[in-house]
Design a protein around this ligand. Sequence first.
Ligand code: GLU
Length: 467
Amino acid sequence: MKMTTLGHAPIGHVVTSTLQGIRNRVVADDRSGSVADYIPELSLANPDWCAVALVSVEGHPYVAGDAAQPLTLQSISKPFVYALALADLGLERVASRVGSEPSGEAFNAISLEPGTGRPANPMINAGAMMATSLVRASNAAERFERIRQCLSAFAGHSLSVDEAVFASEMETGDRNRALAYLMRSAGALQGSVNECVEVYFRQCAVSVTTRDLAVMAATLANGGVNPVTGIDVVGDRIAGHVLSVMATCGMYDFSGEWLLQVGLPAKSGVSGGIIAVSPGQFGIGVFGPRLDRHGNSVRGTNMLRELSSRFDLHLMHRSPQSGPVVYRATTAAASPSHRTRPGEERDALQTDAGRIAILAAQGEIEFAAAERLLWTIEHSLEARPEGRALRPQPEAQWLVLDLRRVTRLHPAATHMLDAHLTHLLAHDVFIAIVQPDERLLLPAAGEFDNCDDAVAWCEDALLVARR
Ligand code: GLU
């Protein structure tokens, strides 16, 4: 008999066919916008190119359309170079040189703080050139090489410059030069304007594919660790910081509307690429050279809008955690162990076994799950089995907390549980924790490998307490 294997292909097919459908729809429906021509070489792009790629934080890639077609990074280089400057100098020193406020203006606006010349944020050209100048190096060549290596680490392979695009912007990029001179005259930009602008134009001209864009975005989604190579490129603190700035400033003067409609941190570039990040889940790259009046890819924007709604990715539309944190809540009255005890003990336990609450928790417990767990603990201690007041004060109670299926306790959750269990222990609640290897350090009266032993221990203690 022929067996069907359930391997990677069918899963890939499900996601890829959705991407394909979204891509085909925008290709059929949308021919609006125009290709950037203020950098002459960019105007040679085929306006019909259209691609979408998605890479999960496990490194699984899904692509549709012209995902292998090279494009230059342009402004998409900005968040990554900003990340490198942050890694070199730290948050505070970088913040003193470039802000993190949305300017609400076009990418090439003269948006400098009056007096200091400090640019509003690193996603507009002035702020991006500032970030470039902050990358640690002893000369321009070394600075660009460090930037190229950083961009390559985000993409997971060695990237190079499209020399024609670079030369084209070198010839025509007077507005950026003017911006750099303005910053220098205000004392904000240090060092040579020519060197700074040249390195910036080079980083903009680094050639990638839409697939690369998705891997770069997935690295930000994955706390700064490239999910394909496993290399920690910038660490999760910097990745989180960069994503926050992308969320408020990444889409030029369309950033507010973008957050409403798509709800993902993103960065676009005038070559027609956009990266978008679903933190902890996916990186997405899209490409379509026709731009709208803000300078954002029209097809790219439409594909991301649809992807966000199809896959429910909007950051502000988070529904409550799907699985319950407590999967079993009962009392020792329902436990089989006391039925095997001698008659007198059994009778005593039958009356009082409700004083032993048993809770089993599961999954990754972060702040919200911990909050629910604490409420469940509270309710279970107040339970009134068989209509009888459970806790004629000051009688003791017992709590069996089964944590065998907990995969991770976040620091905030550890802190909350620690404080609450300590409080309970001080108020006549004896806590028995069930976990095989004591990997979670929590206050308890007893630690057990399995639930039956924990319940038996509580029952013994209860029988002693009744005497
Ligand atoms: N190199 C381009 C410039 O500075 C990048 C602009 C962009 O992609 O928004 O004009």
